[in-house]
Design a protein. Sequence first.
Length: 89
Amino acid sequence: MVKRIGNPQLVKELYKNYSPAKSAAKFSLVLLAYACGCVAMANPRKPDLTTAEARKGIDIMIALDVSNSMLAEDIKPNRLSTAKRLFTN
C-alpha cells in the first residue's frame, strides 16, 4: 500500500508522527465546535413560565423588492409606489 503513495522511505519519514487517535480526536473536537456554534446561532431560550402573556393576532413579514427595476413606470406612478400603497393601506 505504501508503494502506491510513493517512495516507502519518504512516506515513512512524512508519517512518522501520524496518530490515528489524535486525528480522530481533532475531527471530533472540530465537529463538536461546529455543533456548538450552530446551537449558539439558533439562540435557544427556555420559556419564562412566571409571566403568562396572552397574545392576540399574528406576526406577518412582507419582503418587498426595492431594486431599480421597481421604478419602471408600466404601472402609474411606478411599481414601488404601488406596492408601498398596497401594503400601507
